[in-house]
Design a protein around this ligand. Sequence first.
Ligand code: GSH
Length: 225
Amino acid sequence: MPAFTLYGARGSSNTDRVRLTLAEGGIKDYEVVFLNLQNGEQRSEEHIKRNPWGKIPVLVTSGNLTLYESRPISKYLAKKYAIPLLPADTDLEAVALFDQAQSIETLYFAEPAGKISFEKFLKPILGLPVNEAAVTEAMRSLETFCDVTERHLNQHSYMAGDEFSLVDIYYIPLVQRLFVCGYGEVITGRKALGAWWERCINRPAIKEMLAADKAAAPAAFSKKS
Ligand SMILES: N[C@@H](CCC(=O)N[C@@H](CS)C(=O)NCC(=O)O)C(=O)O
């Protein structure tokens, strides 16, 4: 019996955040159940019992823990499996800097990048009209984020300091989505940010997972699952 089940969806950036964490740790003893979001399976009575917000990802362990929200799930798994992606609890300064970097990712990056992904990736799939004004505003916030982060990365190799950490993983799915939507230039157009991105996606486990997902994508989506 697998140690846990991850309820997610194909092509979901929030699910991929957790899968990347597990890939980095070489954890394979788990089951993934992909829900069909277009059919509304995330709002089924069964799934609402797992997550009252009707969203994925959700982690259910054999020890009866049910946990939602991709970042807390990733952090729990990193701790549980001792994946070296977190500062030591006893290093208060490193933990504080990690928490700071985590807040920045969620508030100043994922917020505008998520809006761009919603408008330019999801809405066209759903046949909905794109709100270009919302995209322009989100791009403005994203440019500001990238300018500030470029200065940080001129001093440090990674988002939470000089070591690759869970915060860098948090970024990967939505940065990838920016590239898919044609906005990769905000990253590659800045020297330090571009170099950081190359370092992240060239990590062996991450490279392997991203390549496998890319190869599987056409077949997966043609099955409409
Ligand atoms: N803050 C949540 C966001 C979860 C989320 O929005 N998941 C999307 C898929 S990427 C979802 O479930 N969408 C379906 C819906 O909102 O109906 C997290 O980090 O897990």
